[in-house]
Design a protein around this ligand. Sequence first.
Ligand code: 2AM
Ligand code: CA
Ligand code: CA
Ligand code: CA
Length: 265
Amino acid sequence: MTNWIEIDTYAKEWLKEAGDRIKESFTGKLNVQTKSNANDLVTNIDKETEQYFICKIKESYPEHRVFGEEGFGDVIENLKGVVWIIDPIDGTMNFVHQQRNFAISIGVYEDGIGKLGYIYDVVLDELYHAKSGEGAYLNEAKLPKLEEVSVDKAIVSLNATWVTPNKRIDHQTFTPLVKDVRGTRSYGSAALELAYVATGRLDAYITMRLSPWDFAGGKVLVEELGGKVTDLYGNELDMINKSPMFASKPGLHQEIIEKYIKNGK
Ligand code: 2AM
Ligand code: CA
Ligand code: CA
Ligand code: CA
């Protein structure tokens, strides 16, 4: 039997330690490199943080596998057994430019089912965490279940990229939605945006291209509170490959898909 209480205790300890190391890096010189394009950044701290977690996980749980953005973990083609899905720094551009608005994101899955979810806002020392079936918390405070809201009273997070011509979707798809909602926001960290959906600061978050490590932790958190985390059309998310993602309060999720996304197709 998997000892989730023990894993949860370790995960929280490692998150705090990794967070302290990240904060210490603010005074040193950052080594910034680019990945797929000039705006796709990675730093030595992203890499060191991922390596830190892998080291800790493999030391305590040699049979667990790690699926991490920076590629120091295992080659993952399925989610059999226990898999830690890790984004060492989500919001690297914010980390480099702002030294805030980034987070460590971790989801621990067993045979593809989300068991533990963590999003750690290092700078604010705010840890969003959930154990499937046992509630979600912001630090020590239990988060209330999400309640339904209508589109006209909703704040929706959507990056401006998706309302300008782009490769992934007809950019006019979201125009009616943007007009009808109370407001739009964009924070530049998918993990934090999911944490904000969990806390009700945002009512929904839509994005056209995320990887499993961007949403693995947030999915456990939002679902634990009764929210929906799916692809753009309400289907199960692909936990291995990149995909569009739509996270929302219940009710609003269905309303946005039916009235705006399907119509915009
Ligand atoms: P990152 O900072 O870990 O790379 C920015 O809007 C959000 O999208 C962040 O969560 C960021 O994660 C993610 N992101 C950035 N580049 C991406 C890419 N090429 N594919 C998928 N997600 C990306
Ligand atoms: Ca990245
Ligand atoms: Ca990310
Ligand atoms: Ca990252």
